[in-house]
Write a protein that binds this ligand. Structure first.
Ligand SMILES: [Zn+2]
Ligand SMILES: [Zn+2]
Length: 396
């Protein structure tokens, strides 16, 4: 198939995919409850005669497409499936039908793209070996990638390389950006509880003060970033909740709770930050005569792009859209559980720009904001990009 024919075919499939995307958008579900998306995907795959299995990590689906000959390497493409617990204010005709749930990160668009890729590859089969399409639940803090791996993804559906993308409202439509090495941070959440004797605020000497201790802690923890992390490494530690007190001005409370998030790239920085938080919290609690508890949860691993994967991705973008469409990406401290796949197999993750037009256009609003929407014009570009990777890595 010539390049213009291929582009025309992908564009016509993408027109349909726009409708799938909007249907998926109307029916958002979160964290392992993505049954609508799971059965929607399975129905389409069955229609096109693509072999697939559902129920992986609860609602995940893995599809396999054999090329013109089945022997050869296996390349995987992944889409995440989950929405967010947040209200939608786009006012779009395809706005969420479920109050308080919204596809605010564009995973609806990722699913539609990978489905469209499947339809195209099944029709054309201009490759040898196999392509796997991985539809993954619970990306938003639910460790869906890890759970798929724990359920035997690599042995049940082996693959040699894996690629993924995220729509990027911070760059224009048609721009792709990535870097080698760490591109996105490991995301961890923590929770601290401080407990002591509360009492009359006028008599602090016969009470303990969880608010004073908690305040020391908020300041002290910042030293882990500013004083203990090599300035050329990166770490973020944000305390995002500090709850204490009954509302009364004359009562010292018995309990305080602090929680927040830590972002790091290098595993050694992650280890050290967790260990030093534990020590600092224990010592601060002791300093103020308090009991304490500390829970530290690792949510997603850092996204580390393999050098060969980046070469493959860069070459695909350049060939299809020209060198000016490819931009170097500075690492970001956002998280993405695609990193767990890249810990197991080589490949790369890319950001695909989707902002265009008016400044207040929904496709330019930041991810996780109530007026954000996925840009359907990105679907044909992203499908072409993935198809190019499949057809070059699995050249017939
Ligand atoms: Zn998100
Ligand atoms: Zn996302």
């Amino acid at each position: 198939m010539t390049q213009p024919d291929r582009r025309a075919l992908i564009r016509s499939i993408a027109e349909e995919a726009k409708l799938w995307r909007r249907e998926l958008h109307q029916n958002p579900q979160t964290m392992y409850e993505e049954t609508f998306a799971g059965s929607f995907i399975a129905r389409r795959l069955s229609e096109w005669g693509i072999e697939h299995e559902g129920g992986i990590a609860q609602t995940g689906v893995v599809a396999t497409i054999e090329g013109s000959s089945s022997d050869g390497p296996v390349v995987a493409f992944r889409a995440d499936m989950d929405a967010l617990d947040m209200p939608e204010e786009t006012g779009a005709a395809w706005q969420s039908r479920t109050p308080g749930k919204m596809h605010g990160c564009g995973h609806d668009g990722h699913m539609a793209t990978v489905l469209a890729l499947g339809k195209y590859l099944q029709q054309t089969k201009a490759f040898r070996g196999k392509v796997r399409l991985i539809f993954q639940p619970a990306e938003e803090g639910g460790r869906g990638a890890v759970r798929m791996l724990e359920e035997g993804l690599l042995t049940r559906f082996p693959f040699d390389e894996i690629y993924g993308f995220h729509n990027w409202p911070y760059g224009p439509l048609g721009e792709f950006s990535l870097c080698s090495g760490y591109m996105m941070a490991a995301t961890d959440f923590f929770e601290v509880h401080l407990t002591g004797r509360g009492g009359h605020a006028a008599l602090p000497s016969v009470c303990d003060d969880v608010i004073l201790a908690g305040s020391h802690l908020v300041s002290a923890l910042q030293a882990l970033v500013s004083r203990e992390t090599d300035p050329l490494d990166a770490a973020v530690l944000s305390v995002t909740n500090f709850q204490a007190g009954s509302g009364a001005c004359n009562v010292l409370p018995e309990k305080a709770m602090l929680s927040g998030t830590v972002r790091t790239f290098a595993p050694a920085v992650r280890e050290r930050t967790e260990r030093r938080m534990r020590e600092m919290i224990a010592h601060t609690a002791a300093m103020f005569n308090l009991q304490h508890s500390f829970v530290y949860n690792r949510i997603t691993d850092a996204v580390f792009n393999h050098e060969d994967g980046v070469k493959t991705c860069s070459a695909s973008v350049t060939r299809l859209f020209g060198a000016e469409s490819l931009k170097p990406q500075r690492p970001v401290t956002g998280g993405e559980d695609f990193g767990s796949f890249l810990e197991q197999r080589p490949g790369a993750f890319i950001f695909a720009g989707q902002g265009a037009g008016e400044k207040d256009s929904p496709t330019r609003q930041g991810l996780h904001t109530p007026r954000y929407d996925f840009n359907d014009d990105l679907i044909p570009l992203a499908v072409e990009y993935f198809a190019e990777i499949a057809e070059t890595r699995l050249a017939a």
